[in-house]
Design a protein around this ligand. Structure first.
Ligand SMILES: Cc1cc2nc3c(=O)[nH]c(=O)nc-3n(C[C@H](O)[C@H](O)[C@H](O)COP(=O)(O)O)c2cc1C
Length: 281
């Protein structure tokens, strides 16, 4: 499906109720990774809750940020935030498919002081530099300390940003690659979409080469190819992701047949075959 000519509807957050904006934002800005945040209050009582307004930013220092909002229903702050403001420490465990039902259970609105490790059946693993434990079932756990807290309004649905420095990473040997990365099939993360929806990352994985150099770009393709009604922007980007665009003789006929043949190759990921179908020798 192509959306270029679709009628777009505009939603102005100054006019639309915040719960409708929430529904649109979580549906559109997705999938989001899930931080399973473990924190403790000043007396050492443990808390575990998932947050999908979450990501990491930069590596020097490594920073993570997640957002416990004031409840849209009650306007109350999340216990996770209150705990971290008291102790300035947390851990973030990445959520796998095996864990997803348990983290959903941990997200239920329990009273402050209830330990969601106990409710969800997830297991504590002691941390090295911070007091809150990680989650033993997760293959990827970060220990973190609060750097900045930004509060956007103290009212229903308004966000807090908990910006934390990552002070220790724990990665299971079972998901580490020989090159020192994380195997995307073995780690088996889940991510959050809008409403009740989740996605299992490994079911949708595909790879694209990472452009390390400036590549030719669509503007350098011959006009006959660039204006093809058969080749979409995706196909053109595949053809244009080369350092040099191959020479295509300009006396070729049968554009439609050549373009359809090229499209077949491109749909299989065969860029060389596509250029041959377009007429390069
Ligand atoms: C997958 C998932 C993602 C969530 N993401 C967020 C989020 O980003 N921000 C938020 O305020 N609540 C989020 N929630 C809801 C909280 O987990 C829920 O309000 C929880 O009860 C908070 O616990 P606490 O008050 O013990 O910190 C999410 C729930 C689930 C299941």
């Amino acid at each position: 499906m192509r959306f270029e000519n679709n009628l777009m509807r505009a939603f102005d957050p100054d006019i639309i109720p915040y719960h409708e904006i929430h529904r649109l934002l979580v549906g559109g800005v997705a999938p989001r990774p899930i931080a399973l945040v473990s924190s403790m209050d000043k007396n050492g009582a443990s808390n575990l809750s998932p947050f999908s307004f979450f990501n990491v930013f930069g590596v020097n220092p490594a920073v993570l940020c997640f957002s416990p909002a004031y409840s849209g229903k009650t306007g109350q702050p999340k216990h996770t935030m209150l705990n971290i403001l008291e102790t300035r420490e947390c851990t973030v465990s990445i959520v796998t498919y095996e864990m997803v039902h348990q983290i959903s259970l941990a997200s239920a609105p329990y009273e402050r002081g209830v330990d969601e490790f106990t409710k969800s059946g997830l297991t504590k693993r002691p941390s090295v530099k911070v007091a809150p434990p990680g989650v033993a079932e997760s293959p990827f756990v970060l220990e973190a300390r609060l750097l900045h807290h930004i509060d956007f309004g103290k009212t229903h649905g308004s966000a807090n940003l908990m910006i934390c420095e990552v002070v220790m990473l724990h990665v299971s040997e079972a998901v580490l690659t020989e090159q020192g990365g994380v195997d995307p099939l073995l780690i088996d993360q889940v991510a959050r979409l809008g409403g009740p929806y989740y996605t299992r990352a490994k079911r949708g994985i595909f790879a694209l080469p990472q452009p390390g150099k400036p590549l030719a770009g669509i503007d350098r393709l011959p006009e006959e190819i660039r204006s093809s009604p058969i080749l979409t922007g995706k196909h053109l980007a595949q053809l244009a992701s080369l350092e040099e665009i191959p020479e295509v003789p300009n006396d070729l006929s049968n554009d439609e047949v050549r373009h359809i043949a090229a499209r077949e190759h491109l749909e299989q990921g065969d860029v060389e075959g596509a250029w041959r179908a377009l007429g390069t020798s």
